[in-house]
Design a protein around this ligand. Structure first.
Ligand SMILES: O=c1ccn([C@H]2C[C@H](O)[C@@H](COP(=O)(O)OP(=O)(O)OP(=O)(O)O)O2)c(=O)[nH]1
Length: 153
């Protein structure tokens, strides 16, 4: 069963009321990076490639077509007994952009990252709502202890 937006908000803590939605909470845009060096994914490990941070102009990012790494401004906590899914705000889709996301594991805490696909130039304001996090009940063995635990805090 998916939890209410209020439950998700209580799990995350420090959010604006405008971020609380009926079925989840909206995450906001913290920073945007352009990858500059290749990463590597091996059988037994991985390396994230170097990136450079973009500077917004008067708080606005003007993005041309391409792929960008976004860092969310909000600290996410996935409580025990749950799994998180992050979905793009539909206004992104309606503007020819997509946010690619993965599973948020029980026990994870941090300011996560995602891949923003820009298929038509767009302007994004730092702090704008760009995605919605939902939580569902989930059985699990252990909790997240990977290398991204505590990232960007
Ligand atoms: O779109 C997403 C989805 C998840 N996460 C966070 C929460 C998740 O718990 C953590 C690790 O994700 P995943 O397990 O997919 O990463 P990995 O590449 O398998 O790394 P690790 O080996 O550290 O688990 O990253 C994000 O920042 N963005």
């Amino acid at each position: 069963m998916f939890k209410s937006g209020r439950f998700v908000a209580d799990s995350l803590g420090d959010l604006r009321e405008s971020q609380v939605q009926p079925n989840g909470v909206d995450l906001t845009l913290g920073a945007i990076y352009e990858q500059s060096e290749p990463g590597r994914i091996e059988r037994g490990g991985k390396t994230v490639g170097d990136r450079r941070e973009l500077e917004p102009s008067d708080g606005i990012y003007q993005l041309d077509r391409g792929g960008y790494i976004v860092e969310y401004a909000d600290r996410v906590v996935i409580p025990d007994g749950h799994i998180g899914f992050l979905l793009p705000r539909s206004s992104l889709l309606r503007n020819s952009c997509m946010l690619d996301t993965a599973v948020w594991d029980a026990g994870y805490e941090g300011r996560g990252e995602g891949l923003l696909e820009v298929h038509h130039p767009i302007e994004l304001e730092q702090g704008a709502r760009i995605a919605q996090l939902v939580l569902a009940d989930a059985a699990h063995e252990g909790t997240y202890e990977g290398s991204y635990q505590g990232e960007n805090l």
